[in-house]
Ligand binder design. Sequence first.
Ligand SMILES: [Zn+2]
Ligand SMILES: [Zn+2]
Length: 387
Amino acid sequence: MPVKNRFAELQSEITAWRRDIHTHPELMFDTHRTSALVAEKLRAFGCDEVSEGIGRTGVVGVIKGRKNGSGKVIGLRADMDALPILEATGLDYASKTPGAMHACGHDGHTAMLLGAAKYLSETRNFDGTVVVIFQPAEEGGGGGKVMCDDGMMERWNIQEVYGMHNWPGMPVGSFAIREGGFFAATDEFTVTIEGLGGHAAKPHETIDPTVTASHVVLALQSIASRNVDPTEQVVVSVTSFRTESDAYNVIPQRVELRGTVRTLDRDVRLQAEERFKALVSNTAAAYGAKADIHFENNYPVMVNSPEQTGFAAQVARKVAGDCAEAPLVMGGEDFAYMLEERPGAYILVGNGDTAMVHHPEYNFNDEAIPAGCSWWAEIAEQRMPIG
Ligand SMILES: [Zn+2]
Ligand SMILES: [Zn+2]
């Protein structure tokens, strides 16, 4: 089934962009070189408008179709940032910045969306407007949220948004998607249990925060087992349990617990947070201790809208011949913020049999470029047909 011929022609050029970005990874919002490179290329392609500094270092390009009777505006989004990992690929174009690496393939995402922008600027074979969105700080900085908070959706009147991530383990250039909750909300907590410290031989004169915190850890297991509908997904993991003292004969004053709560549904997320707070504070109170709870709402659940997901799958089938049902992912994805503001869909494109993302030997597979670029281009052309 057809990838667009133009992308077979452009593949080596797009690959060269990808490898250049790979050599110069930048973290979080510090995507200065990458953002400048993106903006320069968008201008060279003849985009109608290129705006830098959206969401600090984000870049937005506008491409108007040959017709604009539909009034439709579609946002296509890629991420640009790298990870704080020491690269171990041994590639001749490996990172020249020690401790920074494109280990999630955002170099490939940026290059593929640039390739699509070049094609769409050349052909403009659609009735409406394409807005290409290049965001910083996907890896933990909430760059997508910062772009939304900057008024991006309203400023360009974006009506729908689409995103893509490469996925190791899926055949290269194949697609997978799912409707509804897809990537998890990744909330994090720090709880301090304060009791009354003292001599380990005189527990009756103390309020033991270690015993209290142990009961808290066990009580939290009932969120998944007794509160949330068993057909839904929730993970509550206490990942750190630290007392103030290492001594054999001291009951400490405080214990600090840390961990994460992951959910795939907005209501389950709220339910889990509510139960978390009630279990922690009431269990602590039952033992005479106090609990100080910091529950941080990190990335929300990434929810694919039904209509746009069906459309995105149909486009993927046209490009690759098939589109699989994607697995649920308990990792987070910052595109969730854009999908909270507008309907849209996020798809996975196969990266072949490579190391997993975030691994020091991972590399984006340039063979995925024609399929990825074709999907972007077809999203614009099929969603806003020229008629
Ligand atoms: Zn990542
Ligand atoms: Zn990523």
